[in-house]
Write a protein that binds this ligand. Structure first.
Ligand SMILES: Cc1ncc(C[n+]2csc(CCOP(=O)(O)OP(=O)(O)O)c2C)c(N)n1
Length: 336
């Protein structure tokens, strides 16, 4: 790395690591999108592009012993929490070397050794799982936290109020991280959601904040406070990250919608600009106040590109998943 005088070296290294993690998610998903659009990858994929700062900011203050639950848009969460990129690609391609032996695919990337309790095709499915993990931590008197990453569509599932209430009553160390991207599939959130999301948490007396979800440092700071509170035994917190989904709901969206459009191209383009896109924004900040040079960013770009291409090669060279496994992983001691 290039040496720049008079900079806080520790902060510089931390910020560069945040940048690299966001870029790894972006470049991985661009590659996944390419494969999915070309029909080279099995199954549907929902990309996280545009939301990287929320997941990376949230996971940046967590340890492997802390838990996260994720969504159908889970690749970014998986990588943000330290999931292995090769094992993720192999999973997406349905290979034996995949993180779930190729039996789960895009919507089920999980790695319990890293505290990643799994992506989930059931909207809102992670909410009660995160609450349960929080309960387990509390009962076991551990210092870990459980983080529920969920969307604004999921926030309209009744289970959220049940779990907000329960986590508050019993002071579970749960951090509720709502990634409000303003969309639920092809529906504009404002048309189906009343009131402020944070008021739902405040209704049960839970500390709640709204942050700019495209500002990785703002998310990280809110998370630090919430995690400190949870580890100190002071219970749950709610963080609403305002962000935007740049890609379609799923990669096959155009064919799915058959010409119908729920947003304009101008709206999408506005979120790709250097003052909105979480990665471009953070690159500017790194150069202006983080002590990074363009050479540092270029070096990261090279490293990430190589990592992604190696992951693709690894996945493509791996053997297909073993269909026989279905009997072992679906039912306990039950073979037809
Ligand atoms: C229980 C359930 N209902 C409906 C669906 C279909 N569905 C898939 S994604 C989605 C929208 C989710 O919106 P949000 O939680 O905001 O997440 P985002 O897609 O914006 O990341 C819906 C309704 C589903 N998968 N599961």
């Amino acid at each position: 790395m290039t040496e720049i005088p008079n900079v806080d070296e520790q902060r510089r290294a931390e910020w560069l690591a945040l940048y690299e993690r966001m870029l790894l998610i972006r470049r991985s998903e661009e590659r996944v999108g390419k494969a999915a659009q070309a029909g080279e990858m099995p199954g549907g994929v929902h990309l996280y592009i545009g939301q990287e700062a929320s997941g990376v900011g949230a996971c940046s203050v967590l340890e492997d012993t802390d838990f996260i639950t994720s969504t159908h848009r889970g690749h970014g969460h998986f990588l943000a929490k330290g999931g292995d990129v090769k094992a993720m690609f192999a999973e997406l391609w349905g290979k034996r070397t995949g993180i779930c032996k190729g039996m789960g695919g895009s919507m089920h990337v999980a790695d319990v050794s890293k505290g990643i309790l799994g992506a989930n095709g059931i909207v809102g499915g992670g909410i009660a799982i995160a609450n349960g993990a929080g309960m387990g931590i509390k009962v076991g008197k551990e210092k870990a936290v459980s983080v529920c990453l969920f969307g604004d569509g999921a926030a309209n599932q009744g289970v959220l109020m049940e779990c907000l209430n329960m986590s508050m009553v019993w002071k579970f160390p749960v951090i509720w991280v709502l990634e409000n991207n303003g969309l639920s599939e092809f529906t504009i959130t404002d048309k189906v959601t009343a009131g402020e999301q944070t008021d739902r948490a405040r209704a049960v007396g839970m500390p709640a904040v709204t942050v700019d979800g495209n500002d990785v440092i703002a998310v990280q700071e809110a998370m630090k406070e919430a995690v400190d509170r949870a580890r100190a035994g002071e219970g749950p917190s709610f963080i609403e990250c305002k962000t935007y989904r740049i890609r379609g709901h799923l990669e096959a969206e155009d064919a799915f919608l058959g010409g119908y459009s729920y947003r304009t191209q101008e709206e999408i383009d506005a979120w790709k600009t250097p003052d909105k896109d979480p990665i471009l924004r953070f690159a500017s900040r790194l150069l202006a106040e983080g002590g990074a040079s363009q050479a540092d960013l270029d070096e990261i770009e090279d490293r990430v590109s190589k990592q992604v291409e190696e992951a693709v090669e690894f996945a493509l060279a791996s053997e297909d998943a073993d269909p026989e496994l279905i009997f072992d992983i679906t039912f306990a001691d039950q073979r037809p």
